[in-house]
Design a protein around this ligand. Structure first.
Ligand code: ATP
Length: 378
């Protein structure tokens, strides 16, 4: 299996920069997911690795060998499109055997490899069937078998599950991950579905407008987002992101004690969040920040809480396993948009629209971003 490396890869289509100076190293046997909104450059990056697009700049290496000039066939990577794309007139056996027949492999070798793949995928009993007599999940396994039979160095999968219904997608996630582990196959999987990415990836590569935003384990990109984009993209409901200005303790005549303290005043609201000395030390000369807090890290109460803030409940969504409570913090003076804080609570927590509520932020879970660069500060 393979290591794949991208060095300064850029791909343009006319004025559109589909991939912008991408640097990435994918380890042997790793399951890496390219994640990002439509048009961010995921497919183009994958196609460049496969040899289906030629980068305008930069180099691509497979196992240390530069492959820029190699044809797709010579790169020894298998590109798997949507799992439904089978030849309808061929049996399962012939569908899987197709890539080997195309290179005129010996009949005995074809038989051996198709049998091996069918065993792994547990589709031995359906080799004589046509695709129209298979379920969606079975078709997916056959399509994967067709890629596996070539024993490629890596699998490149472009939204392979997009045609499957929701239930099957969930089943297939687990199955595909299990298979990938068993095969020890380096795999790149493209999706715009963050749950798919979180559940399958060893590492997630998050892209936005052709640029790589962050690479990390699912936990890293969720818990330590490096940019406002990543913070907003991962998680549902999304992280609350509210702009604020730093105020010194003297401005507010706060009780200072011995430790330096500053307060972040969330713009156009009554919310003031006290920053720890450790956080302040990283702020430098910045005064405009974006505070990020996930809905599950907001403490809410029907009773006053010490150091907490009181506000009005705007809306309650009771989703069964959780409640999502929209708390009205104010109104943006420039745009007139409401400033809403979304909190996630236990379903037993009762709150109604219009009532007062107290809330506070878990100080260990607050993210601070530079308002201008939109990169994380602390
Ligand atoms: P999606 O999730 O919708 O498939 P993506 O993240 O895979 O999106 P790409 O397909 O890589 O995005 O496209 C990146 C950008 O490049 C888009 O703006 C797209 O319109 C543009 N693009 C891609 N292929 C071509 C092409 N052959 N000609 C012109 N523009 C292209």
């Amino acid at each position: 299996m393979a290591e794949i490396r991208l060095e300064h890869v850029t791909k343009r289509f006319g004025d559109v920069v589909a991939v912008n100076d991408m640097n990435l190293e994918i380890h042997n046997q790793e399951f890496v997911v390219f994640l990002g909104p439509s048009g961010c450059g995921k497919t183009t990056t994958l196609r460049a690795i496969a040899g289906l697009e030629q980068p305008d700049e930069g180099d691509i290496f497979v196992d240390g060998n530069r492959v820029n000039t190699l044809s797709p066939a010579d790169r020894d990577v298998a590109f798997v499109f949507q799992f439904y794309a089978l030849y309808p007139h061929l049996t399962v056996y012939d569908n899987i055997a197709f890539p080997l027949k195309a290179v005129k492999a010996a009949k005995s070798e074809i038989q051996e490899r198709v049998t091996e793949v069918a065993d792994i995928l547990q589709i031995q009993g359906m080799l004589d069937r046509k695709p129209s007599h298979l379920s969606g999940g079975e078709m997916q396994r056959v399509a994967l078998g067709r890629a596996m039979v070539r024993r490629p160095k890596a699998f490149l999968m472009d939204e392979p599950m997009s045609n499957l219904d929701a239930k099957l997608r969930v089943d297939m996630r687990t199955e595909l991950k299990r298979l990938q582990r068993r095969l020890g196959a380096t795999t790149i999987f493209v999706t715009h579905d963050q749950v798919e990415a979180m559940s399958m990836a060893d590492r997630i590569v998050i892209m936005h407008q052709g640029s790589l935003q962050q690479v990390g384990t699912p936990q890293e990109v969720y818990n330590q987002p490096q940019t406002v984009f990543v913070a907003q993209f991962m998680g549902s409901p999304a992280m609350n992101l509210i702009t604020g200005k730093l105020q010194s303790q003297t401005d507010l005549a706060l009780d200072s004690g011995d430790t330096p303290e500053a307060v972040l005043h969330l713009t156009d609201t009554d919310v003031r969040f006290k920053l720890s000395a450790e956080k302040i030390s990283r702020l430098g000369l910045l005064d405009e920040l974006i505070l990020g807090i996930r809905p599950e890290h907001i403490i809410v109460s029907n009773e006053p809480i010490e150091q907490g803030t009181s506000a009005t409940v705007h809306l309650v969504e009771a989703l069964g396993s959780v409640n999502i409570i929209d708390i009205l913090l104010g109104e943006n003076r420039e745009t007139g948009d409401l400033i809403i804080l979304r909190a996630r609570t236990h379903p037993a927590f009762r709150a109604d629209a219009g009532q007062s509520i107290w809330f506070d932020f878990d100080p260990n879970q607050v993210h601070l971003f530079d308002r201008h660069t939109e990169r994380v500060i602390a």
